[in-house]
Design a protein around this ligand. Sequence first.
Ligand code: PLP
Length: 416
Amino acid sequence: MHEFQYKDGMFCCEETPLAEIVKEHPTPFYLYSHKTVMDHFNKIKDAFKELDPVICFSMKSNSNLSICKALVNAGSGLDIVSGGELYKALKIGCPPEKIVYASVGKTEEEIKAAIKKGILFFNVESTPELIMIDTVAKGLKKKARVTIRLNPDVKADTHDYITTGTKEKKFGIDFASAEEIFDNANKYPHVELKGVHIHIGSQITETEPFVASVKKVLDFIEKSSVQIEWLNLGGGFGIIYEEEPARTAEEFARALVPLIKGKGLKLIMEPGRFIVGNSGILVCKVLYVKTGATGKKFAIVDAGMSDLIRPSLYEAYHRICPIAERKAKTFKYDIVGPICESGDYLALDRELPEVLAGDYLSVLGAGAYGYVMASNYNSRPRPAELLMINGEVKVARKAETYKDLVKGEKILREIK
Ligand code: PLP
């Protein structure tokens, strides 16, 4: 469930009609519901409470400071993938002992900063990376805590670009190489090899791939020459965009908890999309409606792939809800942005009651991998991020200005 629904014909965020919000806030903008974010976080926490996991919200899905801070205040840790995310995590006061760090390409500087701050774990993705962490930790006269990211070679039914747990992908370490690492743990005296990590992909709506990978990993743990204390399950729980099965946190828990319970393992989870995906929308305005030579209707809106790239990048489906229900004849529309790319669309062939210039449309399910993937392509300022909190809309991040577009840039003297 989320807090974006029609009430008496008006599309609302919690109790407030979008029609009121667009009077105060120019489009395009992202709008998040604090209530929904908290609700989804608590659903995971409650469902897995028997295992008392350290839940580390995956910042890459939405690194808005207010959202991350709200989650940290509620007891969440953070899953980071870069020095930038470490900076933001510390800025909002996330305790370092609740930060886990994945990424196949951590730089020496990033590793140094994370060791200095004393993060909970590096999720290590290769032997050369492990050597680098060991070397950096030695230089700092510290010990770094490490889990080995295993690649369980399990295929999940999701988009290829967000499949990460199969052997041909760049992520993680195969079981044989991981075994070698654990068997030779004394080669890395400045790391504490404490656990294993998996993350098999994102937007996975079935429980089987998780079950299959956990079984493989538990088998690995049982046979390991080193006592493994921690199991990090990663993220990946899918949400409803279109007609996906409504997989609840309890269903995922029902499949996974019995496998892990009683094994004496401390658990970490890294959910992203499940918490924020349906907690945010992108709101845009129809600039023009035109009919192409083939009869196809285009609703051209003031948001595009620079604001929300998921449809263009993953052919992702997002529900489109006009902010006021209109009882009119329906037509099929391509909802397209102003960007100079044919791939710039938010929805294709979408049946909607007649759309007119000046209408406002909400693009649902935009809370995860939305703003974080926005760009300045076509020199378009990024939109604002608004947060509905305690019944009021607050600006959590201002829209960029044209000045922001040239920040840090200069015309070189040689050009003048
Ligand atoms: N953990 C890791 C290592 C990831 O790479 C990702 C995303 O790809 C996540 C967690 C979060 O995944 P999701 O948003 O699907 O929960």
